[in-house]
Design a binder for this molecule. Structure first.
Ligand SMILES: [Zn+2]
Length: 157
């Protein structure tokens, strides 16, 4: 990469998590507004860009240059920051990690995202912009959970 291209990294500083410096992904304002706890809603600023910290071990969820909000400030657990079984993977239909593991590893009734959709009702009435912490479709997250579930060696749940 030439030096002139490296300069673009400077611009990215504003999307680095203030706590862990991991890169943040842009999240639509409507998503942040819907998922942040009611007490904090009034301090959100529509003209600012909000990002989500992508580091699984960091407890910051949404942030920007002005503010940072931790897991406790968000109404739902964020699946990639919370390893527990009752975390939703599909937020719109409330299909949890436990259900995916059950389908894939215990009952062995699902192998693909299509199977999960059919067998759990995931992605049935999508309203991802409001429900998913990224403001995006959970398809990729379901795919990742299936991969992990295929290697699941924990107790049968
Ligand atoms: Zn972070």
């Amino acid at each position: 990469m030439c030096d002139c291209c490296k300069v673009s990294n400077v611009k990215k500083e504003s999307n680095l998590c203030p706590k862990c410096s991991a890169e943040g992904l842009f999240v639509p304002f409507k998503t942040v507004e819907n998922l942040i706890i009611d007490e904090l809603k009034k301090e959100l600023q529509k003209e600012l860009k909000y990002f989500i910290c992508t580091n699984p071990t960091c407890d910051i969820v949404y942030f920007n240059t002005e503010n940072a909000y931790t897991k406790k400030n968000i109404k739902v657990p964020v699946w990639f920051k919370d390893g527990s079984l009752d975390v939703p993977i599909c937020y719109c239909s409330n299909v949890t990690r436990r259900e995916i593991i059950r389908e894939v590893a215990v009952n062995k009734t699902s192998k693909t995202v299509e199977d999960i959709k059919k067998n759990t009702g995931a992605m049935k009435n999508p309203n991802c912009l409001l429900n998913n912490p990224l403001g995006k479709c959970c398809h990729k997250a379901i795919e990742d959970e299936i991969k992990k579930a295929l290697e699941y060696t924990g107790d049968l749940i």
